[in-house]
Structure formats: C-alpha cells, structure tokens
Design a protein around this ligand. Structure first.
Ligand SMILES: [Zn+2]
Length: 433
C-alpha cells in the first residue's frame, strides 16, 4: 500500500509530477472555464509549462476566486457529480465541491494510503469520531479509505463519550479517528466510570483538526496530557476539502508525508516567492487526478514548514510539519508575530481551564489586541497572574484575560452553522490576502 513513486528518489518524484502536471494542464484548458480565462487573460502558453519551476508562470488561485467563480471551476456535467460537499466556511461563504465517481475513488485511495502510512492495516478496526454527513468531506474520506484498505469501521460520529466507550468496549477498535482534545473528554469519562484505559483495545489515534506537535516536531502540551493518562500512539494528519488529499504521519511521527501522485506542493513567502528550504510559508497546492474541480496553485491560507530529510520509513517524500497558523489569523503584537495555535498550546497546559476563546481586535491606533475568555471552575487572581507570566515568558505577548461563565463560552464556541468548535474570533476588519 505504499505507492511505488513515494520510495523513489527526489529527482524521480519531480519528473513524475511534471508528467502529471502536463496531463492536468491539458485537462483544465479544455474543461475549466475559470482556468481557460486565466490562461487567455494572461497570455500564458500552457505547453510552455514543463517543469515544476515553470509553475510560477501561472497566477495563484485564492479562496476568493473559489467563492466568486465557484461554478467556473467545475469541469464536469452536473449528472456526473455523485457527492456534494461544501467547505466549512469558517472564513467567508462556503464553497461547493462536487465529486465524480473517479474523484470518490481517488479520495478512497488517498485515505487508504494515508491510513496505511499511519500503520493501520486491513486487520484493524477504526472507530470514526467525526461527522460523516453535513456535506463534510473528511468523514466520508475516512469511511471510503478504511473500506479500500479492508479495515473495519465503526461510524459513531462526533461527541457523546458514553456512546464512544460503549462502542469501544463492544467492538474493540484498534484505531480511532478523533479530535485530540476530545480524547481528554474520553479519558475523563473513563476515569469517572471505572473503565480501564490500560486494558483498552485502542492502539492509536489518527488525530484531526488540532496540532499535537511543536514546530521542532516534539510533542506539545496537549499530546503530553493525553499520553500521560492513556498510552496510545497519536498520529497527526493534515487535510482539507480543497486539497482532497491528506498528509499523514508514519510510525516515526515527524510530520505528514506528501503523496506526490495526488498533489503538487509549493511553500511561498509574503511576496508569493518560494521560501528557502525549511522556512515557514503559505502552502500552495495543485491537485492531481481530480476530475470535477481540479485546482492549480491554490493558496491554502495555511502557514507550514516542510521537512525534506529522508524518513526512516522508506518514503522519500517531503513531510509537512504542524500548521503554524492560518495566514489570515496572524497577529502582530508589538513587533512579535504570533498565530493562535501557539496560544492554544499554552492554554492547554493549564488543567484548571475548562474552555477558552481567543478574541482579536484592532485598537484605535491600528494595533492588534488579544483578549482571552476563560471558563474555569475556580477563578482566582493567582491563576490570572500565573497565566500572564506564562504568556510573557513563552510568547512575549500580554493578552487581556477575563473569566466568563460557561454558557457564554459555549455560545461563542459552537455557533449555529459551524461544524467545528470555534476557538478563535477575529474582530479585526477583513484584510484581503
Ligand atoms: Zn516516514
């Protein structure tokens, strides 16, 4: 289940991707109204784009483009679309993606090789703790991937620790797919109900949505907190609807492996130029083998770092480290640049904190201000001081911190139409990127 190309040399991988790029360009020129227009308007001769370096001749595609010209991206007739998906729309209007039969097959293949990368085998059973419906791609991808791999799958869906444990004890899954902070809720439920974590069937968790690593790839506070109580393997994975591709960690857990047969990646700086090897920048992707809605040089908005040293697992592909942050959520605070995940990590270190929300606003003189709303069982000045000390020492910022009641946080954290909990609220005026 390791694609042949992933074991080959970096040069072979490049050559292979360049061949795939040719096929993609021919396809979009003929099928995509949006890209045909981009090539015509910019007088680009697509046959002159032969190498990965030539990609820079093609303008970037933004989330804004997807929203504005959504229909023009679709390369197939409506009757060829089988599954209808929308992006979660945490920023702006949700974008529609259609998947054809071939796209569903590609999605299944992507997830099967990603599961396999994270040591899941056909003999394993996976308990899925994420939404399978609500026009969500991820849950469906996990189901299809597990099926292709030949693994068993238990579709419990998100939340409800009691039902999760009932399924774990009944069906004895060996892997879970879950949001890491939900594992803390499972641990608490087990402790309260005398369920033995030690004798549990679960070996590992494919973790989605939250970071488990620091930028040097060491485990972060959240990861340590889980492992302290529950001796399981935690594999990070990174994916999005637009990419229709996952980056999954292998057993060495040093960043998610790139699948070169499915996607071309670039990492660009503020001026949209490639960063130097190992530097952080925005991930830009070109999807390969997508039929309904292929994307060329799509700006994901995620700031990441690539790791290019060879991995001991035998795959010679680039690995993507934990997401540093979303480019739009960058906070400039008195000369320091920070992203919300660094603050989540710090707050996760405090057992006293039940829930939190980070709010960013801009003051009259154009400076970003950080306000942290906390739900804690025993609010005290002592805790407040301790938190402030930590922020100053670790992140060199001093946010405003206030205690608020549980209901207020719950209302902010789970807005009506959102499929994911919100930890970050941006009240600054929208800046185009
Ligand atoms: Zn590896």
């Amino acid at each position: 289940m390791i694609p042949e190309i992933e074991r080959q040399s970096k040069a072979e991988i490049k050559k292979y991707q360049e061949k795939k790029l040719q096929e993609l360009l021919t396809y979009v020129i003929n099928k995509s109204a949006f890209y045909k227009r981009v090539f015509d308007d910019n007088n680009i001769d697509y046959s002159a784009i032969r190498t990965l370096e030539d990609l820079t001749k093609i303008p970037l595609t933004t989330k804004d483009d997807l929203q504005k010209y959504n229909k023009d991206f679709i390369c197939v007739e409506q009757n060829e679309i089988i599954d209808y998906v929308t992006t979660s729309g945490t920023t702006g209007n949700p974008v529609f993606f259609g998947l054809t039969d071939a796209d569903l097959e590609r999605l299944a293949f992507n997830e099967a090789i990603s599961f396999y990368c994270s040591e899941v085998k056909a003999s394993d059973t996976i308990q899925l703790m994420t939404t399978l419906d609500r026009r969500f791609m991820a849950g469906l991808a996990y189901f299809l991937g597990a099926r292709k791999l030949g693994a068993g799958i238990i579709r419990v869906g998100a939340g409800i620790p009691e039902l999760q444990w009932d399924s774990i004890l009944k069906f004895k899954p060996t892997y879970l797919v879950a949001v890491p902070s939900f594992l803390l809720k499972l641990i608490r439920y087990a402790e309260e109900n005398e369920i033995s974590l030690k004798n549990c069937s679960v070996k590992g968790v494919i973790c989605i949505g939250e970071s488990l690593k620091n930028q040097d790839l060491s485990p972060n506070f959240l990861s340590e907190k889980i492992k302290e109580k529950w001796n399981i393997q935690l594999y990070s994975t990174y994916a999005s609807t637009e990419m229709s591709t996952a980056f999954a960690e292998c057993k060495y857990q040093i960043g998610g492996h790139h699948h070169p047969g499915l996607i071309i990646i670039e990492i660009l700086d503020e001026n949209d130029k490639p960063v130097k090897n190992g530097e952080e920048g925005e991930l830009v992707v070109t999807t390969l083998g997508v039929e309904a809605m292929p994307l060329l040089r799509f700006k994901t908005g995620d700031v990441v770092k690539a790791h290019n040293e060879n991995c001991k697992c035998g795959r010679n592909t680039t690995r993507i480290g934990p997401v540093v942050g979303r480019k739009k959520q960058m906070i400039k605070y008195k000369g320091t640049t920070i992203y919300p995940p660094a603050m989540y990590n710090l707050l996760n270190n405090f057992d006293e904190i039940e829930n939190y929300i980070i709010e960013i606003d801009r003051n009259e003189i154009g400076m970003d201000e950080i306000k942290i709303k906390l739900d804690v069982s025993n609010p005290s000045q002592e805790l407040l001081n301790k938190l402030k000390d930590h922020f100053r020492a670790k992140l060199r910022v001093l946010p405003m911190i206030e205690f608020v009641n549980r209901d207020e946080i719950a209302k902010l954290k789970f807005p009506k139409m959102s499929r994911k909990p919100m930890l970050f609220i941006d009240k600054r005026e929208k800046i185009e990127n």
